[in-house]
Design a protein around this ligand. Structure first.
Ligand code: BEZ
Length: 252
């Protein structure tokens, strides 16, 4: 995952990310007392929710900044630093859970990640996750693409948003059986008058690395927000055009 997180800003202004993830927990079929890994646990909000549901929860994340918050807020939960595409656990778990993480991993690395997940699970164990699905933030990325073009830069889409069939094929090739698959729109309200600009600053970092001047970066963000106002701003609230892919798969 190639982002340097503004860990405190994320925790303060984007708490809706783990908030929505709570629904995903209900897809886990393992019973209380089962061992569950929260893969890409971030600040540990959902790892705590897993523990509160009676699981033996642990978290793994690449970001030391987010893990510092997780350890400070949840000192009784084990958190380990690791790369989702190259990790191993000392003991196998009954379930791997992940929310809003897999789309940060390039398509070419998904295979490596699923191989690690499979290795981390006992036979019959389950992988339950939600990620951005096909069409996620389509309007936002398309507006950014236009703005980049106008300013003479190339906009490289920094995320992987697969369709159900595509991801089910990856799961099956990696030794899983897909049991649940849902793709649905979830327009998501953002905080404040600068909600969309803040969202872009927080999450769309890589494409802006090609733009050397901060002033031009801000101008481009303002132009994108202006272009999206008619579609994504209503009654004083910005909405991000999220599409979720939610799946449950069992390790064969
Ligand atoms: C998502 O959760 O779908 C998402 C969040 C930030 C950037 C891209 C996608």
């Amino acid at each position: 995952m190639n982002i340097r997180w503004d860990a405190e800003g994320y925790t303060e202004r984007f708490s809706f990310v783990p908030g929505y993830g709570r629904d995903v927990l209900s897809l886990i079929e393992a019973g209380a007392g089962s061992a569950v890994l929260d893969l890409g646990c971030g600040n540990g909000t959902l790892t705590r929710a897993l523990q509160e549901k009676g699981y033996r929860a642990m978290g793994l994340d690449a970001s030391e900044a987010l893990l510092a918050i997780a350890r400070r807020e949840h000192p009784d939960i084990p958190f380990v630093q690791g790369d989702a595409t190259a990790f191993s656990l000392r003991e196998r778990v009954d379930a791997v859970f992940s929310n809003a993480v897999f789309h940060w991993i390039d398509r070419e690395r998904q295979r490596d990640m699923l191989a690690c997940v499979r290795e981390a699970l006992r036979a019959g164990g389950e992988l339950v996750f939600e990620m951005g699905g096909k069409g996620n933030n389509r309007r936002i990325h398309s507006a950014l693409g236009e703005v980049f073009k106008r300013h003479g830069y190339r906009y490289e889409m920094p995320f992987y948003f697969p369709a159900i069939g595509e991801y089910a094929a990856l799961l099956e090739a990696a030794g899983f059986e897909t049991r649940v698959a849902l793709l649905f729109d979830r327009p998501t309200p953002l905080q404040g008058e600068a909600g969309l600009a803040d969202w872009i600053r927080m999450f769309v970092k890589a494409p802006f690395e090609a733009v050397p001047e901060a002033e031009e970066r801000e101008q481009m963000i303002a132009e994108a927000a202006q272009a999206l106002r008619r579609e994504l701003y209503a009654n004083g609230v910005w909405y991000a055009d999220y599409v979720r892919l939610r799946m449950r798969a069992v390790r064969l």
